[in-house]
Design a protein around this ligand. Structure first.
Ligand code: Y43
Ligand code: MG
Length: 198
């Protein structure tokens, strides 16, 4: 089994990468598995791509091994794309999923279902010593529900209804989410690299 470090502390992401990388025979290690604890990396970029690169670089500078990072979030059209790159800290620096989704629902109060279109975005950056870095984006289109539903997944999943579904992302089984998610779609774009990882 090959190993790959994911530059994240988000356990929801780690679980999904673990499941999504199974078919490539890749075992995922996150920042929680490192012997030396790593402080929070400041996400100072202006785009998902910049932030993914910042996270991958910060870790690859410390470890001489390939590193993958994911910067992701929710873009809501009626909110001019917010929370966007600020998704994790939308309701404050403490990064509380429940408060974040409540803030979104409050901002969308009175907005009709047909005007609640949104998408999840995931940018994946890969940095490997001595190689050009790789950055790719995947998306998942949908809309914001009127109230939270479901217990699976993480983050904004309880209020995101993927196009073509009448259930929220948090009501889908993990294996269902993993066939349509932004993370899966970004991974497909770096598949060639994953297959060549040693
Ligand atoms: O599949 C998803 N289902 C629901 N919500 C999601 C998903 N994917 C990202 N999200 C939300 C969670 C968080 O509010 C933000 C990610 O922020 P982002 O900075 O990339 O991650 P993070 O700070 O939680 O962990 P880290 O930076 O250590 O990877 O978007
Ligand atoms: Mg973050």
């Amino acid at each position: 089994m090959k190993e790959l470090i994911i530059a994240t502390k988000n356990v929801g992401k780690v679980k999904e990468f673990q499941e999504l990388f199974h078919k490539y025979d890749i075992q995922v290690r996150s920042l929680h598995d490192l012997e030396e604890p790593i402080g929070d990396i400041e996400e100072t970029g202006r785009t998902f791509e910049e932030n993914a690169l910042i996270k991958a670089e910060a870790i690859s500078n410390q470890l001489n091994t390939p590193v993958l990072a994911d910067d992701s979030g929710l873009e809501i059209d009626a909110l001019d794309g917010r929370p966007g790159i600020y998704s994790a800290r939308y309701a404050g620096e403490e990064k509380n999923d429940q408060k974040n989704l409540e803030k979104v629902l409050a901002e969308l109060e009175g907005v009709a279902p047909e005007n609640r279109s949104a998408r999840f975005v995931c940018s994946i950056a890969i940095i490997q010593p001595g190689q050009k870095s790789l950055v790719k984006r995947g998306t998942c289109e949908g809309s914001i529900g009127l109230k939270p539903k479901g217990e699976n997944g993480f983050g904004y999943d309880p209020i995101f209804i993927p196009d073509g579904y009448d259930r929220s992302m948090a009501e889908l089984k993990p294996e269902e989410k993993n066939t349509i998610s932004h993370r899966r779609n970004a991974i497909l774009k770096v598949e060639d690299w994953l297959k060549e990882l040693e």
